[in-house]
Write a protein that binds this ligand. Structure first.
Ligand code: ADP
Ligand code: ZN
Ligand code: ZN
Length: 725
């Protein structure tokens, strides 16, 4: 009888022991179905054990083995152990989080389409001429299959409509799936640009690194980072390696996937993100695991995908906050990727126009190698001119200045497109009573209800609470209620009033809620049936609109004096990203920022396109104030319905921390930035230390104490390297 230790998705810091009959061979990394309480659960085998702390009579046998071979490789298991230790999250739950949802259940996966194709017996009798002449694609596929066995990806490289033609050929009985391996594939890179000197240097530096190396590729939007990725991938693919590309949530669109198909037509790629149907995602994951998929593009969870021949990791927009998971296993996919590269002895490239200050600091101190792209790759493309409009002495029309309106009018006359950027959806952030000062607060949160005039509702953006817009003030009965501040809907309304001839399109989470809407909108923009775009950060990233020559930015000021010390860094990244939308082709762009603080150093640096100057001053400030990256932080958060319960728990946690008497700074119990959300009271304790190692030691000990505290009716969590305060 063999004893195995199994990871299960339960919030306990232990593995679970089961027995396996002697004639069954179980390997680490395989999934098993096991009895757990009154249910059965899927788990992953993590260890073989010599004996168990459980009595022999209480040890239960597994129900059955679910896989014939391990799903999680040794490399992935090492990564999972690291994440479990570093983020202080149970190993079982960590391991289960790494699997696509579909593979966390015991339901067998419907067999995927066979991925190689060959001619059937009937097909071999046939001459291509017997296929009707106008079925061009069918003929082309048929002729190719007469030569050799081909995969779907290789067939697609012959024509984008290959899937339909293939279906027709199969229905006719001439082509059939087969298990034979396709002929050795020869990757090619289509439309490759000849690299400029800096790009060439970057590619060579990465390719010449032997073993692990972390490279920070720093270059403004349009400087040719993507082209560097393509050339690196090409080199790695030629050597038979797999590539993992991690990208922020919002960037992973069908457009990006088809872009990869167009550059690497013969190469099997797989995407991994939450927008995929569960079955598709599991299948793509299995294709990565079997080595079929050579390029894997995914959002943060893809960092855990097993890739047997992984030879290069790229993290695009490495500064993006969406790489950090905000619940459950609160990991940073970028940091996990770096660990994975160092364990696997392979290069990793972090790319950004505005690197996170953590990465920037690491590049300065020599832990990472800095690779720079200083110009725009397109010789004729110019940087946009960035100017501030001083709103202290400007008349605003519902938040929009006369100067911006004039610039918009000019673009309209020239037939060019403009973008007005405001990071707030809805009509106005709050509704106010002009008589008594009543504000539309959320009954369940400490936040305000946002006015959505389109459907006459007040909505909480934190908890989703909704209410009809009242006809009179609930406190004093006054009927004059006024919206305060501006959101996308209000900007849209103002612009259509002042520029009635303009065709305006609003792009935010409300207007793109339905699936496919954003694709339709994108086409409208490309067809130039839109003059002015009004939108949130959805529009800031990764989309190329060649006719766009003006960007207006409304209301960026709150981030300058936010209590979150990372807010200015995020603002800089966001503004340089929107600015990058203006004038990418041969038309120079212009960016107008409405602000009360035109002389703020952030805007001065932005105007000069000088991220380095900005990063230097920010780092100097952080060092002085004792903020990351000069210290390492962790946050204990708790929330519950009873204020006394939450604060009582945190007070005890605080005392336990003090009692440990370690060289770690422990701050007092404070309310969270949003002290109440969805009727739950929220508070937290921050701890920090200059030494990451010491902080980790402390967290390990503290957690054992925390686990022993009474915590009924509340939820608490540790967040290591928190990004949100
Ligand atoms: P980034 O990823 O830094 O925003 P891209 O790689 O997308 O930049 O490059 C911006 C534009 O310049 C693209 O249209 C790309 O095709 C083009 N480009 C990139 N490298 C070169 C090069 N070496 N020569 C000419 N054009 C290039
Ligand atoms: Zn009132
Ligand atoms: Zn709310």
């Amino acid at each position: 009888m063999t004893i195995i230790r199994v990871a299960l998705d339960v919030p306990l810091h232990t593995l679970f022991d089961y027995t396996v009959a002697d004639d069954v061979v179980v390997a680490v990394g395989q999934r098993v179905l096991v009895p757990f309480g009154r249910r059965q659960m899927v788990g992953v085998v993590l260890e073989h054990a010599a004996d168990s702390a459980l009595d022999a009579v209480r040890l239960k046998p597994i129900v059955r083995l679910l896989d014939s071979a391990p799903l999680l490789s040794a490399a992935v298991l090492t990564l999972l152990r690291f994440c479990s230790n570093y983020y202080h999250y149970p190993l079982g739950a960590t391991a289960m989080a790494a699997l696509p949802t579909r593979l966390r259940s015991a339901k067998p996966l419907a067999r995927s389409e066979a991925q190689s194709y060959t001619l059937s017996a009937a097909g071999r009798e046939l001459e291509p001429e017997q296929i009707p002449r106008r079925k061009i694609v069918q003929r082309r596929l048929f002729a190719a299959l007469q030569q050799e066995v081909l995969t779907l990806a290789q067939l697609r490289a012959l024509s984008p409509s290959a899937p339909a033609a293939l279906r027709a050929l199969r229905e006719a009985g001439w082509v059939e799936p087969c298990t034979a391996e396709p002929a050795a594939y020869k990757p090619s890179l289509c439309d490759a640009h000849e690299l400029n000197a800096e790009q060439q240097h970057a590619v060579e530096a990465v390719m010449q690194s032997s073993g692990y190396g972390c490279f920070l590729l720093h270059g403004i939007t349009g400087s040719g980072k993507t082209e560097v990725y393509m050339h690196l991938m090409y080199r790695v693919l030629q050597q038979g390696g797999q590539v993992l590309l991690l990208t922020p949530e919002i960037n992973l669109t069908p457009q990006l996937e088809s872009y990869f198909h167009s550059r690497f037509p013969e190469v099997e790629t797989a995407s991994l993100h939450s927008g995929l149907a569960e079955g598709v995602r599991a299948q793509n994951w299995l294709n990565a695991q079997s080595g079929r998929a050579r390029i894997v593009i995914g959002t943060r969870l893809a960092v855990f995908a097993p890739l047997p021949q992984l030879a290069l990791i790229i993290v695009d927009e490495e500064h993006d906050a969406s790489f950090k998971q905000q619940d459950g296993l609160r990991y940073s996919a970028r940091d996990a990727a770096i660990f994975r590269a160092s364990q696997g002895g392979l290069p990793i490239v972090l790319g950004s126009a505005t690197p996170s200050l953590e990465s920037y600091h690491n590049a300065q101190s020599g832990r990472y190698r800095l690779l720079r792209l200083t110009g725009r790759a397109h010789a004729q493309a110019q940087l946009p001119e960035i100017r501030c409009i001083d709103t202290r002495n400007t008349v605003l029309k519902h938040g929009v200045s006369e100067q911006l309106l004039a610039a918009l009018r000019q673009r309209l006359q020239r037939g060019e497109q403009s973008l007005v950027f405001i990071n707030r959806r809805g009509y106005a952030p709050v509704l106010m009573c002009t008589a008594c000062g009543w504000l539309s607060g959320c009954p369940c949160c400490a936040g305000k209800l946002v006015l959505h005039l389109k459907d006459r509702r007040l909505r909480c953006h934190h908890c989703g609470h909704q209410a009809r817009v009242p006809h009179a003030c609930p406190d004093c009965g006054n009927a004059d209620l006024q919206p305060v501040g501006i959101g996308t809907q209000r900007v849209e309304e103002v612009l259509s009033e002042y520029l009635p001839e303009a065709r305006i399109l609003r792009v935010d989470r409300d207007s793109t809620r339905n699936k496919g809407t954003w694709d339709t909108m994108r086409r409208q923009i490309e067809d130039e049936s839109v003059d002015i775009l009004v939108g949130t950060q959805m529009l800031a990233k990764g989309h190329d609109f060649p006719k766009l020559t003006l960007v207006g930015v409304l209301n960026p000021d709150s981030a300058l004096y936010s209590s979150d010390f990372r807010a200015p860094e995020k603002l800089y990244a966001q503004l340089s990203q929107v600015a990058g939308r203006a004038g990418r082709a041969d038309q120079p762009g212009e960016v107008l920022i409405q602000t009360n603080f035109p002389d703020h150093p952030l805007f001065s640096a932005l105007r000069k396109h000088d991220y380095d100057a900005y990063a230097q001053t920010q780092l100097a400030e952080r060092e002085l104030a004792g903020f990351p990256p000069f210290v390492h932080q962790a946050m204990l958060r708790a929330e519950g319905r009873q204020e006394a319960g939450v604060y009582g728990f945190l007070q005890q946690a605080y005392q336990e921390a003090e009692a440990l008497a370690m060289a770690v700074e422990v701050y007092g119990v404070v309310p969270a930035a949003l002290p109440r959300r969805a009727s739950h009271v929220r508070a937290q304790i921050l701890v920090q230390c200059e030494s990451r190692k010491l902080l980790q030691q402390f967290l390990g000990e503290w957690q054992r104490k925390l686990d022993a505290l009474p915590d009924s009716g509340l939820r608490w969590s540790l967040d290591v390297d928190p990004l949100e305060f």
